[in-house]
Each structure stands twice: as structure tokens, then as C-alpha cells.
Design a binder for this molecule. Structure first.
Ligand code: HEC
Length: 110
């Protein structure tokens, strides 16, 4: 009986650990800078410099394009997706991360 209790306590401790680990990771996940998120989730289509790797992407280096789109436009497009190819990121990224990505996209203007 005592042994069962020990195993049980150990199991609970382990369960506690597994609960702690993912939430700790969530915090780490929330921390990466917009540049890192861009590199891992966006650059495949938009290219690291923003020029675009696939057809149909705007050129993030083009000042004229930046002038044609408000920050709210860009936030909504990142959150909800746009057209057939631009995915919606609203479930995966926090509003703060999306705003940081808009700043990153703006910083690619040349
Ligand atoms: C699978 C390819 C793909 C990925 C991945 C992708 N995009 Fe896009 N994105 C597009 C395409 C295509 C468009 C042009 C959509 C249109 O205008 O119809 C676009 C448009 C945009 C626009 C302009 C929206 C507007 O309102 O004009 C922004 C900003 C943008 N993407 C940011 C991002 C960010 C930030 C990420 C990563 C979190 C990302 N994209 C990931 C394909 C992609």
C-alpha cells in the first residue's frame, strides 16, 4: 500500500512537471522577436528581404506599396489571411506578435 502511495505521489509529481513544462515553453514561444517569427513562418513566401518568393506577394521593399496600406490593413490581413495564399495567423499568433510583425514588415522598406 505504501508502495502504491509512493508510485502515486511520483505520478502526480510527474504529471505536475508535464503541466509546468508546456506552459514554460509557451512563454518561451511568446518571446521570439518578430524577426525570428518572420524567418520561420513568413519568409518561405515573402523572402527574408520581403521581395517575395512566390507569385502574388506584395514587395515589402517598395515604399509605394507601404504607402498604399494602413497598419490596420496589414494587421487584419495577417490575422485573417488574404486571397488564396496568404494564411490566417490569428489562431497561432498573439495580437502583440501580429503588431510586431507589421513593424517588421514596415522595416523592410528600402
Ligand atoms: C503560403 C505563402 C505565405 C505565407 C507563409 C505568408 N504569406 Fe503573407 N501573403 C502571401 C500572399 C500571396 C499575399 C498577397 C495576398 C493578396 O494580396 O491577395 C500576402 C500578403 C501579405 C501582406 C499584405 C496584406 C495586405 O493587406 O496587403 C502582409 C502584411 C503579409 N502577407 C504578411 C505575412 C506575414 C507576417 C506572414 C508570416 C506570419 C506571412 N505573410 C506568411 C503569402 C504568404
Amino acid at each position: 500500500m505504501r508502495r502504491i502511495a509512493t508510485v502515486f505521489t511520483f505520478g502526480v509529481a510527474l504529471a505536475g512537471l508535464t503541466v509546468v513544462a508546456p506552459s514554460g515553453m509557451t512563454q518561451v514561444e511568446a518571446a521570439p522577436s518578430a524577426a525570428r517569427i518572420y524567418a520561420s513562418k513568413c519568409a518561405s513566401c515573402h523572402a527574408p528581404d520581403g521581395k517575395g518568393n512566390i507569385g502574388g506577394t506584395p514587395n515589402f521593399r517598395d515604399g509605394g506599396w507601404h504607402a498604399s496600406r494602413s497598419d490596420d490593413n496589414l494587421i487584419a490581413s495577417i490575422r485573417d489571411g488574404k486571397g488564396n495564399l496568404m494564411p490566417a495567423w490569428g489562431k497561432e499568433l498573439t495580437p502583440a506578435q501580429i503588431i510586431a510583425l507589421v513593424r517588421h514588415v514596415r522595416s523592410l522598406k528600402r
